[in-house]
Each structure stands twice: as structure tokens, then as C-alpha cells.
Design a protein around this ligand. Structure first.
Ligand code: GLU
Length: 462
């Protein structure tokens, strides 16, 4: 059997981090089994679905490298097919017309509430003769749910879960205006798309029981289920905006790398021994539904940031320069051939120190020009330091070999000649060259800036 899975977001808002993890688990499961990963946009709620949200979902998935293997399915477009299935079930006596008015349904709900029962449809049109239908009322189509017995689902994450069928009421499949309900659309689409495994948040577990019966009634094989626990905040409460439950694109804007996000979200609720750093290739090789934890995972920004720092260090230098370009341009810096060369040369030193791309974009600015000094750097702008730098200018002017090693020797010798500590000279030099008190190795920075630029900056300081 070829595995076919799907990610089925509703485009009613941003794609939040829990949704991304669901997509990732589905994608990994498909890759692991050399199966297919499909995307279905569940846009049937016309008042809440927006093209912007659809766009944001595709943007986020493509940033994370979780593209579908086929063109996406848009659920709303398939409404005629969903209605056809409802009418087929009606013709087979597995569904029926219900003519209840909204007032009657309200009353039913109120009565149930008064008896402390869950609000449920009482099945009053289930066995009524259609000849009793009130004139001029468009009926809904309801599903004939079983009245007795229990429904058992063997879920890959939740284990065996059961529901007493008395809990199931006769749900609406097709509304009076002919539009299908969510429950019907999901089942028909999953069947028509050939979905073999449904991996989704455990907030859909109760739907699975109803869906199970719909599959049976249609004579279709029921897919396997894996309902994954939701993500909670570090305080154990359900993840909300307050915890950083932002849209995936916000994490990109905060300077996280897609591979760091993937690694982090994978570990959030799935494990392989004690492994923390897991490459995408390893994840594909190791992924299994049985290793998904049953308790809610806690979102931890510190861990995500830590992983991001790891992946920044491991990143190819040219890729990082390319990722930085738009960030730098937004800050008003033009990345021309010369600055690109400097950034590339300086990247090994820069990426060692940054935790996010934003930090990296900030820390590399001195390669363009000396940065305005902050309070700390300002304290190094003394007459004494200017004198030290002046004496260094004379040494640099005659320096032919501009390798970090030769530069180091020159600066060490200068400190000895001046009778000051290397650290004191280096700090003055750092401020003169970068405007900051923190930078990658000074010898490396000087070598990358080159003789002319180094001298220009040093002279400006004196
Ligand atoms: N559209 C649903 C959601 O966004 C998912 C439905 C499903 O996976 O079956 O929560």
C-alpha cells in the first residue's frame, strides 16, 4: 500500500506553529514510506476563509520545505461532489430529510440543557414518513447514526479509544441551502484523495468517531488515524499568542532558519532516544507514529533559539549572505561586490556568535562602515587611545603581508613597544574599526577589511 497523507488547514487565520508541526509529521511520514504528501485547503467557511490566509499558508509551507507532492485541493470547489454523496446516502436509506425549524432545534437544545444533557438532535425526523413534510420548507439531510453499540478506533498515538454510540446524534450532512457540512466534506475528500493515514491534532479525535461511521455507510475503507497532542506553552496552558503561538512567517521574520524550525517542531512531541540535533535526512529515516508522545508538548523559545544558533553555524556561508541581503537592504545597506566579498570572508567569525539571522544582520554591519558607537564603545574614544592607534597606523602602512597571522604579530609587537597590554590595544582598535566593543576576531576583521579600509578607519579615529 502506498502511503498517502494530507495536511488540511482551514485558511481562517495564520498558519500557527501547531499546524506547522502537523504538516511536518505528515510530510515526514510520507517521505519515510516513499508515499505522497497532499495539501487540502479547507475553505468551506466562506465568511472566515481569506485569500491572504491561503497565500500565507503556502508561503509558510514553502519556506519550511513542506510543499505538497501534487496540486492542492480546494475543498469548496468540491461541494457538488460532497452533495452527491449525501444524496446517495439518502437514496440508500442511510440518511434522511429533516424539516426541523431553527426554533424547534433551539427548543431541543434548551430542553437538553435543562436536563444537563449535551445538546443533541433527538432524531424526530429519522423514521417519520416523508409525506408529513411541511410544505415550503427546504429540508437538511441528516446521517442515520447507530443508536446502540460502541465505536472503537485504534489510533496510532492515542491507542484504542472507544465511544458509546448513544453519544452520537444524527449529524447534518447537507444544509437546507444544499451546502455540505464540514464532517461530510472531510470524509469525502479524504476518500477521494486516497488518504491512507490521517495525522492531525487531537482536537479532532471526537470527529473521528462520526467520520468512522460515514466511511462505513459509504462502503469505504476507513483510513488509519493518528491524533497528535496539541502544543502547550511553557506554563502548561494551551499554546496561545502570549506564548509565542505566532504564524510561521513570524518565525521567519524573527530570523529563524527553516531547518531549525523543522528540528525543533519534530522534537516537540516526537523523540528518537536522546537525540536533539536531528537532520531532515535522519528525521525521514527515523520517523514513526509510534514514537509520538501522548502528552502535550511544551513550546520553549529558548530551545528553538539554541537550535537555530546551531544551524546558523552549520550553514553554508554564501547561503547566509544571500539570506542577509534583503535584511541589510531593509536597513539601507547596499550589498555590492566588495561588501559581499567581505561578508563572505567574515561569515565564519560572524555566524559563530549569532543566534538568529537578525542578530547576524546586526553584527555584520561594521563590514559596511564603522557603526555609531554606543555608550560602552564611546569610553574608548580617548586621546590616549588615539595616540596608540596613530602609532599602529605607521606600522600597518608598511605591512605587506595582510594575513590574520601577520596582522596579529604586528599588533602584538605594537603593544609591546607601547608598553600596554595587548587586550587594551585590541579593544581600542576594535572600537576604531567597528564602532563596537564586540566583534569577531580582530585579526580576521582587519584582514578582511584590507589595508586601505583599515587605514582609513584608523586615521579617522586619531
Ligand atoms: N481543517 C481542520 C483544521 O484546520 C483539519 C481537519 C482535519 O485534519 O481533518 O483544524
Amino acid at each position: 500500500m502506498t502511503v498517502v497523507v494530507r495536511f488540511a488547514p482551514s485558511p481562517t487565520g495564520y498558519l500557527h506553529i501547531g499546524g506547522v508541526r502537523t504538516a511536518l509529521f505528515n510530510w515526514l511520514f510520507a517521505r519515510h514510506h516513499q508515499g505522497k504528501f497532499l495539501i487540502r485547503i479547507e475553505d468551506t467557511d466562506r465568511s472566515r476563509s481569506t485569500p491572504e490566509a491561503v497565500e500565507a499558508i503556502f508561503d509558510s509551507l514553502s519556506w519550511l520545505g513542506l510543499n505538497g507532492d501534487e496540486d492542492p485541493v480546494f475543498q469548496f470547489e468540491r461541494a457538488p461532489r460532497h452533495a452527491e454523496v449525501a444524496r446517495q446516502l439518502l437514496a440508500e436509506g442511510k440518511a434522511y430529510h429533516c424539516y426541523c425549524s431553527p426554533e424547534e432545534l433551539d427548543l431541543m437544545r434548551e430542553e437538553a440543557r435543562a436536563k444537563s444533557l449535551p445538546p443533541r438532535y433527538d432524531g424526530r425526523w429519522r423514521d417519520r414518513d416523508p409525506s408529513q413534510a411541511p410544505a415550503g420548507v427546504a429540508p437538511v439531510i441528516r446521517f442515520k447514526a447507530p443508536l446502540t453499540g460502541e465505536t472503537v478506533i485504534h489510533d496510532h498515538v492515542q491507542g484504542t479509544v472507544k465511544l458509546d454510540n448513544s453519544q452520537l446524534d444524527d449529524m447534518v450532512l447537507l444544509r437546507a441551502d444544499g451546502t455540505p457540512t464540514y464532517m461530510l466534506s472531510v470524509v469525502v475528500d479524504d476518500h477521494d484523495m486516497g488518504i491512507t493515514h490521517i495525522i492531525r491534532g487531537d482536537d479532532h479525535l471526537t470527529n473521528a468517531f462520526r467520520q468512522w461511521h460515514l466511511y462505513q455507510a459509504c462502503g469505504w475503507a476507513v483510513p488509519e488515524f493518528a491524533h497528535i497532542p496539541l502544543i502547550h506553552g511553557p506554563d502548561g496552558a494551551k499554546l496561545s499568542k502570549r506564548h509565542g503561538a505566532l504564524g510561521a512567517e513570524h518565525y521567519r521574520d524573527m530570523g529563524f532558519l527553516p531547518e531549525a524550525m523543522r528540528n525543533y517542531l519534530l522534537r516537540l512531541g516526537w523523540g528518537h532516544g536522546d537525540e536533539e540535533i536531528i537532520s531532515t535526512e535522519q528525521a525521514i529515516g527515523w520517523f514513526s507514529l509510534s514514537a509520538i508522545g501522548r502528552s502535550p508538548a511544551r513550546f520553549d523559545m529558548v530551545k528553538l533559539t539554541h537550535l537555530n544558533a546551531h544551524y546558523l553555524k552549520a550553514s553554508d556561508n554564501q547561503r547566509l549572505v544571500d539570506l542577509l541581503k534583503p535584511l541589510l537592504e531593509a536597513k539601507g545597506y547596499v550589498v555590492d561586490a566588495l561588501s559581499e566579498e567581505r561578508l563572505l570572508g567574515g561569515m565564519p567569525g560572524l555566524k559563530e556568535r549569532a543566534k538568529t539571522l537578525l542578530e547576524l544582520a546586526d553584527s555584520c554591519l561594521f563590514y559596511f562602515k564603522v557603526q555609531p558607537s554606543d555608550e560602552k564603545a564611546g569610553t574608548f574614544q580617548t586621546a590616549e587611545n588615539a595616540r596608540y592607534i596613530q602609532s599602529l597606523v605607521e606600522k600597518v602602512e608598511t605591512l605587506e603581508d595582510f594575513t590574520p597571522e601577520a596582522i596579529e604579530q604586528t599588533i602584538r609587537a605594537a603593544a609591546v613597544d607601547l608598553g600596554i597590554k595587548l587586550g587594551d590595544l585590541a579593544q581600542a582598535l576594535r572600537v576604531a574599526l567597528t564602532g563596537r566593543t564586540i566583534s569577531p576576531s580582530l585579526f580576521e576583521v582587519i584582514s578582511i577589511l584590507g589595508k586601505d579600509e583599515t587605514l582609513n578607519r584608523l586615521r579617522l579615529f586619531c
